[in-house]
Design a protein around this ligand. Structure first.
Ligand SMILES: [Zn+2]
Length: 277
């Protein structure tokens, strides 16, 4: 089953879309068959698998070659800008060119983990954002404790015509309307169901700008919003995985005061418009 253009031949089963995960992460990749079969059984019909640095881009491509519902995203995450090979830009081009479904991610700005290398983070982010704009590719953006700088970039730089995704949006609720006018999609992370202060933007986001994600294997939702089928790493630690999404969708629909089917249909349209349009 694919996330683009496959409408299920009239079958009315609920379909869910994970707009941002890391299935290439070693903790999940070693359990790929189980994780993928749980996802398929839960109705996960499209996923975007985000790379974080040149070292994991091959694994992203490998995952997506094994999983018809997976879309690859290649990019340098702000945590990994310090040790890039000199030819990382050419390597990125070769991965982007390797599939018509490629997008750019995960990229962004982060003052939470460190701000010592912030000027390098910004340089790497701006260059990748410019490539997304030039090619009109989907782009998945991470921002932690750098919303002032991020807004300045989004207000002044050329952006992809199709818009851009703010993954696990954690910025102020007051920015939502301006960000929508700049072309933002906002992906809701199930982990926020345990952090009420993160919820207000997602109760306000327009239905045609809303997406949902896991950020798996991290950012687990609270236990009550997880699948009964657990995925454990080799230390017995429970990992987040895409089959948790139906529980997250259901609670988000309840809080947005819409039916689950209406919200799921809207998110499917948004996913297809943003990642496949
Ligand atoms: Zn991520």
């Amino acid at each position: 089953m694919t996330g683009c253009g496959n409408q299920g031949a009239g079958v009315a089963a609920m379909r869910f879309f994970d707009s941002h995960n890391h299935l290439q992460d070693k903790r999940l990749y070693s359990l790929f068959d189980a994780v993928f079969s749980l996802a398929e059984g839960a109705g996960i019909a499209g996923m975007t698998v985000n790379g974080t640095r040149p070292e994991d881009w091959s694994a992203v491509r490998e995952v997506c070659s094994r999983c018809g519902s997976c879309h690859p995203a290649y990019g340098v995450h702000p945590w990994f800008v310090d040790a890039l090979p000199p030819d990382w830009r050419e390597i990125l081009f070769s991965f982007l060119d390797s599939s018509p479904r490629s997008s750019i991610g995960e990229i962004g700005l982060d003052r939470w983990k460190t701000s010592e290398n912030f000027s390098l983070q910004k340089e790497v982010f701006l260059w990748q954002l410019a490539q997304a704009a030039k090619r009109n590719l989907p782009v998945s953006i991470h921002c932690l404790r750098a919303w002032g700088e991020m807004m300045e970039v989004l207000r002044t730089e050329k952006l992809p015509e199709r818009g851009f995704l703010l993954h696990a949006y954690g910025g102020p609720v007051d920015f939502v309307s301006e960000l929508e006018s700049l072309g933002a999609y906002f992906s809701f992370n199930g982990n926020f169901l345990g952090r009420p202060r993160k919820m207000p933007p997602f109760l306000l986001v327009s239905p045609d700008r809303l997406l949902v994600e896991t950020d798996a294997p991290d950012m687990r939702p609270p236990p009550v919003f997880r699948s009964l089928s657990q995925v454990l790493d080799c230390q017995g630690q429970e990992l987040n995985h895409p089959a948790n999404l139906p529980f997250v969708y259901a609670e988000l629909a309840k809080q947005r005061r819409v039916s689950l089917s209406e919200m799921a249909e809207g998110i499917e349209e948004n996913f297809n418009r943003f990642f496949c349009g």
